[in-house]
Design a protein around this ligand. Sequence first.
Ligand SMILES: [Zn+2]
Length: 269
Amino acid sequence: MEVKELYRQILGIEEPWRVSQVERIDVKVVHDENMRWPCPECGELLTVYDHAPERVWRHLDTCQFKTYLHARIPRVDCPVHGVRQVKVSWAEAHSRFTVLFERLAIGVLKEANIEGAARLLRVSWDEAWNLMERAVRRGQRRKKGRVVKKMGVDEKSLGKGHNYLTLVYDLGEARVEYIADDRRRESLGGYFSLLSLAQREEIEAIATDIWDPYLASIREHVPGAEEKLVFDRYHLMTHLVQAVDKVRFIFTKNYLNWLKNRISASTSS
Ligand SMILES: [Zn+2]
């Protein structure tokens, strides 16, 4: 069925009217009045205090149209925790996407670089980055540390007037393993602290910029750090940084092999 006809039928549009265009789908959701809502902190059931301004979440496309969910989230006034916004079932706090959209996005991000994922999902580069960042952070909250035998450490500037992020890459699997705020010693230390001493011993090589806080953290946490550090700034990190700038978190196989060889060469010499 043609989409205009579909929407004509869904909307019950009758002659002399017809649907001329369907651009995007906006769905508004509201809740029953007199509902009691759990405080997001303690779960105590409370009446509505007020509503936050309307928010919009991108949802899975409907018939190839971008689809948005609109709602005003109720706030409760908990005697213990004060005025809080309640949780909604369709999205995580602070996300501009529904859970179902995020799940799709993570699947796409596993198969494509950020640029490609942004194109496929029809989101901006920043939004795709943000979806990846949230997924990595969620993952690292859940799991214990995983040893990255060939790791890359890099900083990422968040743009004008913003702070930095510290990124730990798994160069073997070509993915972002860990993200922390700032680029301090503790930023990187957060990753190492997820690992046992035995795990930290398993780290074979660390490619990093010559940035004192990172070096201090590596020397503090990684046994035999001096032999494992790879400061091939111009031939290695620059390439990695460029690759990241080009948004290739999933590097091509050749590039990856080249990178591994560089590390092997630096560590064996
Ligand atoms: Zn509470």
